[in-house]
Write a protein that binds this ligand. Structure first.
Ligand code: N2P
Length: 369
């Protein structure tokens, strides 16, 4: 039953995304009018726990200027790091930014606070393709933040041949020149895909084969980095690797020789969302923040500074009308606006239940080798 629901979710997501190669084309923005403004929160601070390099300081400053609420922004580098903090209890955080499968896990564990949509009129700005997803039907606990892919990046001037598959990363000519995310699900998932297995396999034998495959890749890996893998690509220290779309976009902005492809074996697809941890000290500020992030102009700040893909149709429309160069750049790059054939080969990370322990162990073991 669980598997069936998940599979339908993936199919739904893939169908929805591939049915519209250009996410900006179907916008029906509902601008917030003064009459729809949610109540001024009584809280004076907001504790945000989000991915590193993901929320523009300007957006936080604008929020403070509008509501008089000070934002404390703590960062994490993976869903697993954030989950561990929430599972330890009373984190004190008001807003977190989990990916799809992590939202599903946190809902199952009763770790999220339901949201009051009446406080979030800007939710109407979100392209309906990105709402009501399998991991949170009816958006009871989350609103979309950014989405994207996890795929193969390379610098055309550095690589000795044109990579087309993940298997190419094992080529000895990449020795000491790869950067990969410090992310157990994405990296193990890539090794599984390279072996022709399901990215979400729970089969211990397949997982063991994936570990051995990764051990063989280690001489080629210079860096594990989920925070700013683009930096080593820009300096030329690394030539290729496994990164999130936004990292590739940032590298491409500095160097037009950067390419970002979904390899023949497939790549990753994810949806990040704002959510409120159970027992958050300032849920009123959290909902005001969710609404504020979904304002078209504020949301466009995210796409300009951290160019992942933006699920906010009104924000893309705002960029089109007010920042034509930024909009053109967004539409032109595979990282921000992936074509349908890219998305068709992209697979979501799924909650693997008790097999999570196998992934954790494998990752610790592999990193320690
Ligand atoms: C930001 C990482 C983006 C998160 N540094 C990908 N889900």
């Amino acid at each position: 039953m669980k598997t069936f629901r998940f599979v339908s979710g993936v199919l739904l997501v893939v169908m929805l995304l591939s049915s519209c190669a250009s996410p900006a084309a179907t916008s029906s923005p509902a601008a917030t009018s003064a009459g729809q403004e949610p109540a001024q929160p009584a809280s004076k601070s907001l504790n945000l726990y989000g991915w590193s390099d993901y929320v523009p300081q300007q957006l936080l400053d604008d929020f403070t200027a509008k509501y008089g609420i000070k934002v404390n922004y703590d960062t994490y580098s993976s869903n697993e790091e954030m989950q561990a903090k929430l599972q330890a209890g009373a984190s004190g955080y008001d807003v977190v930014i989990p990916s799809d499968y992590t939202i599903a896990i946190l809902i199952k564990q009763n770790k999220l606070e339901p949201i009051d949509m009446a406080q979030i009129p800007n939710f109407a700005n979100v392209d309906p393709k990105f709402t009501n997803q399998y991991y949170d039907p009816g958006n009871k606990y989350s609103v979309p933040y950014q989405w994207g892919t996890t795929a193969l990046v390379y610098d055309k001037t550095k690589v000795p041949f044109e990579p087309k598959s993940w298997a190419d990363l094992w080529d000895a000519r990449f020795k000491g020149h790869l950067v990969v995310l410090d992310d157990e699900r994405e990296v193990i998932g890539m090794a599984l895909q390279t072996l022709g297995y399901d990215k979400n396999s729970t089969d211990p034998t397949q997982l063991q084969a994936a570990e051995q495959k990764l051990i063989d890749l280690k001489p080629n890996i210079l860096l594990f980095n989920s925070d700013d893998p683009e930096t080593s690509l820009i300096t030329g220290e690394t030539w290729a690797g496994l990164v999130f779309n936004g990292n590739a976009s940032l590298a491409y902005q500095q160097d037009a020789n950067i390419s970002y492809i979904c390899p023949t074996e497939g790549c990753g697809l994810w949806f990040d969302n704002l959510a409120i941890p159970k027992d958050a000290p300032h849920p009123d500020a959290a909902m005001a923040f969710m609404n504020f992030v979904l304002d078209p102009k504020e949301s466009s700040l995210i796409s300009k500074e951290f160019p992942y893909s933006n699920p906010n149709a009104a924000a893309l429309e705002y960029m089109k009308n007010n920042e034509p160069d930024a909009y053109a750049a967004y539409m032109a790059f595979e990282g921000t606006n992936p074509p349908a054939d890219f998305i068709a080969k992209a697979t979501l990370v799924k909650d693997v239940g008790s097999a999570t322990q196998l992934y954790d162990q494998l990752w610790t073991d592999f990193k320690g080798k």
